[in-house]
Design a protein around this ligand. Structure first.
Ligand code: C5P
Length: 223
C-alpha cells in the first residue's frame, strides 16, 4: 500500500488488544506506530526515577516540560526517554498502578499531546491510546474504538504477565483493569470515550488476525 499518507487513530480500554493490532497494522503498511500509553508510562517512570510523587502536580509539570523528551525508535517498538531505551521498564506493575494518577494532570496531558503531534509530523501515522481519536488527532482520516469484555481483557493481561514471569493473580489483574477503566473514563480531562465518527470493533470473540484484516480493509477503502 503506498498512495496517500493517512492519520489513523485508535482508542480503547486497557487490554482490548489495540496495542498488538496497531503495531502489526503499522508494520504491514509501513506507518509510524505511535503508542501514546507508553508516553504516559514513560513520564511515570521518570517521576519514579526522580523520586517525585504522582500527586505532585507542580514538580511533574516542570519535569515534563523541561526534562522529558520522548521518541520512538525501531518503528515504535522502542520507547526512548531522553534518548535512552526504557521499553522494558514501562510494563512493570508499579508503573501500571501509578500511570492513571499522572495521566490525569492537565499539564502532563498538554505536553504529551504536543509531543505526540511532533512525532506524527511528516509521516503516515497510526496512533493508539485513550484520547487520540478525540483530542490528539480529532481530524484523523480514520478512527477506531477497540474494546472487549473485562474478563477477556484481564485474561490477556494476565497471560502477558505470566509469559514475562511477573507474579500476580488473575483477580488482582481483573480488579486493576476495572479500576483503571473507571478512572480513564471518568477523569475530567480527555476521558476515554468513543469518538462519534469512530468504527467500533469488539475483539472479545475475535482473533488478532481478524481484527488486523478488518482494519487493513478499512484503510484500503480510504486510499
Ligand atoms: O495503553 P496503556 O495501558 O499503556 O496506557 C496506560 C495508561 O496511560 C492508561 O490507563 C491511561 O491512564 C493513560 N493514557 C492516557 N491517554 C492516552 C494513553 C494512555 O491517559 N492517550
Amino acid at each position: 500500500m503506498n498512495t496517500r499518507k493517512l492519520t489513523i487513530a485508535i482508542d480503547g480500554p486497557a487490554g482490548s488488544g489495540k496495542s498488538t493490532v496497531t503495531r502489526k497494522v503499522a508494520e504491514q503498511i509501513n506507518y509510524l506506530y505511535l503508542n501514546s500509553g507508553s508516553m504516559y508510562r514513560t513520564v511515570t517512570l521518570l517521576a519514579s526515577q526522580r523520586g517525585i510523587s504522582p500527586n505532585n502536580r507542580t514538580q511533574l509539570t516542570d519535569l515534563v516540560q523541561k526534562q522529558c523528551r520522548i521518541d520512538f525508535a525501531d518503528n515504535g517498538k522502542k520507547t526512548l526517554l531522553n534518548g535512552i531505551d526504557v521499553s522494558e521498564e514501562l510494563r512493570h506493575p508499579e508503573i501500571e498502578q501509578q500511570v492513571v494518577v499522572i495521566a490525569k494532570i492537565p499539564e502532563v496531558r498538554q505536553e504529551m499531546v504536543k509531543q505526540q503531534r511532533r512525532i506524527a509530523k511528516n509521516s503516515g501515522v497510526i496512533a493508539e491510546g485513550r484520547d487520540v481519536t478525540t483530542v490528539v488527532f480529532p481530524d484523523a482520516d480514520l478512527k477506531f474504538y477497540i474494546t472487549a469484555s473485562i474478563e477477556e481483557r484481564a485474561r490477556r493481561r494476565f497471560n502477558e504477565f505470566q509469559t514475562k514471569g511477573v507474579a500476580c493473580s488473575f483477580e488482582q489483574i481483573e480488579n486493576e483493569i476495572r479500576i483503571r477503566d473507571q478512572q480513564d473514563k471518568s477523569r475530567q480531562h480527555s476521558p476515554l470515550k468513543k469518538a462519534e465518527d469512530a468504527i467500533i470493533i469488539d475483539t472479545t470473540q475475535l482473533e488478532i488476525n481478524q481484527v488486523i484484516d478488518l482494519i487493513l480493509k478499512k484503510i484500503k477503502e480510504h486510499q
